[in-house]
Design a protein around this ligand. Structure first.
Ligand SMILES: Nc1ncnc2c1ncn2[C@@H]1O[C@H](COP(=O)(O)OP(=O)(O)O)[C@@H](O)[C@H]1O
Ligand SMILES: [Mg+2]
Length: 287
């Protein structure tokens, strides 16, 4: 069965999408795992970082993206087909990585977000809208070793669809005060969801992202995060740290073909970091 992990933080700009796509690349290309990225964010950043705009527009105009999954909930229709929506062999590394697939998002999701929330009874967590993704993916998930879900920076109904199929969640944080403040809230809401929806989900870890070694604040925050983490209550902080690096920021460009992960993710330094992160991830999930 696939190991499913949501990458989540209520804050934007902390590296959720970057971490999701990098981890997906390394699991697929360095570890030969069958990997699916699910882009739950209406901003479609992960989608656009994995396929060219042309390929995405074709799919979006054909109507087969996660937008259709949620539109079906509103219209009581059954038009969404995950088989048709999933884009195989994505990425610009070597013209596409075998075993790296994407379930794309659409900016049209923005428009229906509020309407979906209105039809959902979140008090009970029994609303079928919370489990739309689970139902749709039931037959396909077993085809993958790893599923990584790029979540939007909120805990709305779309995000809950990802949580409902996840065994784990990962929280990327930028090590400054504002960015770490939201972590207890995420932990709290995950525990609440687990209890009320009777769905076990485990905090796999916190990943320090966009770390600047020249910043005293960053260094101190990482130290105190490690010092104050209570085992069994707080998810562990990954040993692997991702530094702030222009090469990493440019990894989102898929229009130009590159030959290796090292080229894509900004050279030796970032390559070693992501590679170590993927190893650590695999150790923790035992997959
Ligand atoms: N380690 C990093 N070094 C430099 N830039 C980064 C790094 N991680 C992310 N970025 C950039 O920061 C911005 C926000 O990152 P992103 O992964 O989209 O965050 P989120 O998904 O949490 O909003 C993007 O422009 C991205 O390219
Ligand atoms: Mg994002």
């Amino acid at each position: 069965m696939a190991v499913v992990t949501s990458v989540i933080n209520l804050k934007g700009g902390v590296g959720k999408t970057t971490l999701t796509i990098a981890l997906a690349h390394y699991l697929a290309a360095e570890h030969n795992r069958r990997v699916l990225v699910i882009d739950l964010d209406p901003q479609t950043n992960a989608t656009i970082a994995l396929v060219t705009e042309r390929r995405w527009r074709e799919r979006d105009q054909g109507g087969q993206t996660l937008f259709q999954l949620f539109k079906d909930q509103l219209d009581a229709s059954h038009l969404f087909s995950p088989q048709e929506a999933i884009l195989p062999r994505v990425s610009n590394v070597g013209g596409g990585i075998p075993g790296l697939d994407l379930l794309p998002s659409s900016i049209r999701l923005h428009r229906i977000q509020d309407k979906i929330t209105k039809i959902t009874d979140l008090e009970s967590f029994r609303s079928p809208t919370v489990y739309a993704l689970r139902e749709a993916m039931r037959d396909l998930l077993p085809h993958y070793d790893h599923v990584l879900i790029d979540c939007p920076p909120n805990l709305g109904i779309i995000t809950l669809n990802g949580i409902a199929i996840s065994r784990y969640f990962l929280i990327p944080v930028v090590p400054d005060i504002l960015s770490t403040l939201g972590v207890p809230l995420v932990l709290d809401r995950m525990a609440d969801f687990a209890l009320r929806a009777q769905h076990e989900i485990f905090g796999l870890g916190i990943v320090v992202s966009r770390f600047r070694a020249s910043s005293r604040l960053h260094k101190q925050t990482v130290l105190s995060m490690r010092r104050d983490a209570i085992p069994g209550i707080h998810p562990p902080i990954f040993n692997s740290i991702i530094t702030e690096d222009v090469g990493i920021a440019e990894a989102a460009d898929v229009e130009e073909r590159v030959v290796s992960l090292r080229d894509k993710f900004g050279g030796n330094g970032p390559h070693k970091q992501f590679s170590a992160l993927a190893d650590e991830y695999l150790r923790y999930v035992g997959g």
